[in-house]
Design a protein around this ligand. Structure first.
Ligand SMILES: Cc1ncc(COP(=O)(O)O)c(C=O)c1O
Length: 399
């Protein structure tokens, strides 16, 4: 099947749940991917903040090969050594005492929502179960997590939506204070809003939320599905704030592309789950957790969060150069480590296509934001090349 046939077969046989770019990617290595016609691209999408170690990382490939020939899957009726080791490593390097594994970000958030409600009922009135979430946030596409996602465009047509969610503006501690009442169980919040447009809150925001949660006896739950695993320049984004959550959700980069989700909690909160209260067939299986273990070990050994901080500064500086050369076309740059948003004036889809034609893949976010979430292993030369392409794309130079 040539590329044209493949794209038309895709159109015919797949449900149209997203608008796809008109190319098929078939191979990747480090920061680079190739399409079905052999064209090379610099990948600044990182599979939407998934490929932290880049494509075909030798240690990841080695673990995948080894685990595939040893044991892919057994049920959670049995103890699974790789799951135990990954849980211990996550706990050793975070606030958490215990972990529940699933297969995606949405599932990690579902588990967090269920855990918070169960915990709240055991620590208060039986009608306590509301979760406060932030406008512009994103928490997934299942019915509960899409309802937690306080953006009506994601809800449209899926009513009736589950109850028990309350929305307040992001980066507004007072609004949360006003919204908390006797039915509130928890807050669910991203330390930096990713899909919402790379919105970085004020330094006092998370500490302010922590204080409110402590005063009200409710849980602070952080969705670190996009910001976690080194992306913002620390292993977890909450480390920038000086406070810790009660619950944290992780997915995306944790196994560098093998589906995995994780819900982390303190002992006290985790104890709300008991045998039979929650579960997952695939969650935490030997394959996914073996890969997660390799990814997290590599990330820590190679100090990739620190690298993300350093490279994030370089990228930010180079983008400031792009902005100064295209004053009317770049409105704003926001970033934390290697999660970067560039507000552009022309339609972002046009800028994205112009970059793609010139060999750079990027993402969009928010209303008109170009988003970069490259692998944490990128080199300065990759940043120079990406900014050079963006320069030319904005200038409308020939591709
Ligand atoms: C912050 C955040 N939470 C949750 C999700 C949902 O994750 P998944 O698509 O793996 O279900 C995403 C996905 O983009 C996300 O960015």
């Amino acid at each position: 099947m040539d590329t044209r046939e493949l794209l038309s077969s895709s159109d015919r046989h797949l449900m149209t749940f997203t608008r796809r770019f008109p190319l098929a990617l078939v191979r990747g290595e480090g920061m680079r991917v190739w399409d079905s016609d052999g064209k090379e691209y610099l990948d600044f999408t990182g599979g939407i903040a998934v490929n932290a170690l880049g494509h075909s990382h030798p240690r990841v490939v080695g673990t995948i090969r080894e685990q595939a020939t040893t044991l892919l899957h057994v049920s959670n009726y049995f103890h699974i050594p790789q799951q135990v080791h990954l849980a211990k490593l996550l706990c050793d390097h975070s606030f958490a005492d215990r972990v529940f594994f699933s297969n995606s970000g949405a599932e990690a958030n579902e588990a967090a929502i269920k855990l918070a409600r169960k915990w709240a009922k055991e620590h208060g009135a039986s009608d306590r179960g509301d979760i406060i979430t932030m406008r512009g946030g994103f928490h997934g596409r299942t019915l509960a997590t899409v309802t937690a996602t306080a953006q009506e465009k994601y809800h449209h047509g899926f009513e009736p939506l589950p109850g028990g969610f309350k929305y307040v503006p992001y980066n507004d501690v007072r609004a949360v204070e006003r919204a908390i009442d006797s039915k509130t169980a928890a807050l669910l919040v991203e330390p930096v809003q990713g899909e919402g447009g790379v919105i970085v809150p004020d330094d006092g925001y998370l500490p302010g939320l922590r204080k409110l949660c402590d005063q009200a006896g409710i849980l602070l739950m952080l969705d670190e599905i996009q910001t976690g695993v080194g992306r913002t320049g620390t292993l977890w984004a909450y480390e920038h704030s000086g406070v810790t959550p009660d619950v944290m959700t992780v997915a995306k980069a944790l196994a560098n592309g093998i589906p995995i989700g994780a819900t982390l909690a303190t002992d006290e909160v985790a104890s709300a789950f008991s045998p039979g209260t929650h579960g997952s067939t695939f969650g935490g299986n030997p394959f996914a957790t073996a890969v997660g273990l390799t990814v997290l070990t590599t990330l820590l050994e190679e100090k990739l969060p620190e690298r993300a901080a350093k490279m994030g500064r370089v990228l930010r500086e180079r983008l400031a150069g792009v902005q100064s050369r295209h004053k009317g076309l770049v409105k704003d740059i926001r970033s934390k480590g290697l999660l970067v948003g560039v507000d552009v004036v022309p339609p972002v889809g046009d800028v994205l296509a112009a970059c793609r034609d010139r060999g750079l893949l990027a993402l969009t976010a928010g209303d008109n934001t170009l988003r970069f979430a490259p692998a944490l292993v990128l080199q300065e030369a990759d940043i120079d090349r990406a900014c050079d392409i963006l320069d030319k794309a904005l200038a409308g130079a020939p591709a």
